[in-house]
Design a binder for this molecule. Sequence first.
Ligand SMILES: Nc1ncnc2c1ncn2[C@@H]1O[C@H](COP(=O)(O)OP(=O)(O)OP(=O)(O)O)[C@@H](O)[C@H]1O
Length: 455
Amino acid sequence: MSTVYGRRIKQLSRTIQDNLGDMTKVTEEKLNGLKTIQSFAQQTKVVHEYNQEIKKIFNSSMLEGKLSGIYFSGNGFLGNVTMIGLLVIGTNFIGRGDISIGDLSSFMMYAVYTGSSVFGLGNFYTELMKGIGAAERIFELIELKPKITTSLGEKVKDLTEGDIKFSNIRFNYPSRSDTPVFNNLNLGIKRGEHVCIVGPSGSGKSTISQLLLRFYDPISGGVTVNNHDIKDLNLNFYRSLIGYVQQEPLLFSGTIRENITFGVKDASDEEIAYAAKLSNAYDFIMEFPDGFDTYIGPSSTGSAQLSGGQKQRISLARTLIKHPKILVLDEATSALDSHLEEVVMRNLSQLSREKTGEITILLIAHRLSTIKNSERIIVLNNHGEVVEDGYFSVLYSDPDIGFVFFAAIWGVVVYGPVTSWVQLSHAPAARARALAPSGARLVPVAGGIRITARG
Ligand SMILES: Nc1ncnc2c1ncn2[C@@H]1O[C@H](COP(=O)(O)OP(=O)(O)OP(=O)(O)O)[C@@H](O)[C@H]1O
């Protein structure tokens, strides 16, 4: 009986911990999305969802309370009934002259002590089971071994003195094992190249950067840098050589200076200013009365006191100050207007020229203004296959390839409320179809194919 009760209490304690975890998750998510919730006027729905989570905790705690109540009151009742029984039997014995009053009194004293100790043990058992239930989850988490370890492996000195290669990559995300992103991706990026990857949304552009940073391992095939398989490298060391900027920059609460120097120790004012100028952030920072010491709120709650484009530029400066050997920008300037973006892209091209062979730049982009400053363009299609790969000037001027190239660019550029069409002359229909985004209409016309899409 006690074992069954103990098992149930342990189970409930675990459920309460799980429910608490769910509630924390919901709270964090909803607080972070406060503005979105308000903009959709969905506060009532969200409060209801939150209440549901609270109710789950309430119900399991209530059940635990009831079980404990039944167990303890049952124990207490049994103890008292036993004492009364003993008194009745003892009084009978005294009446018959079998024992004295002193004998009964001392027996009762021993019985009370023993009974309360056993009762105390039951209490201890209950608390122990509750503790085990709650701790089980924690031990499970502690025992989890990451598939990718960051501190083991080689620290290869000449790592960035060679090319980057993606060889025969087959990959799907762990949560979508039936949806492959790449079936056989082969891609080489030469040391010091300035490459741009374009392609329709969902074609796997960002996944290439995730694989390069080894956030995931491919199912088969491998990524090598200067012929070193990145699986053999010390990840912390390897990642310290890479500068990675995402579309959604995460700034930390603190000053602009603290944010820019996040990844470096002892950066001088000149270095900070240089990085800010490269990312075209210097001018707007200097317009603030406190300059680099301007405080910005936490961006995790969406309240950083900066615009999206300003956040992106600070995030870029934070990466550039590290002097990365490989710079990966995943739509990192998408929030800038085309003029500001053009300046940033020109600065990066100049940096690439000044540091010939010392910095490899990999851009992921949608806009022509970002793309045209790159030397080499790689175009992916919807199936994660490389369908065009060449130098911008060649792709741009070749009537055959240029045409398909434009189709690809068009496919990824036309997103917004624009109704657009591109007329392709000399483009083989199969290639145009491979590159056109889903939902587009391909209409054969004299001299080529016309692609139309409604925004
Ligand atoms: N964390 C993830 N878990 C599961 N699937 C994912 C994950 N991230 C991306 N995917 C899927 O992988 C595919 C490729 O995504 P990826 O982000 O690389 O595309 P993309 O070309 O960068 O798209 P976009 O231009 O819209 O940013 C998509 O089908 C996407 O749904």
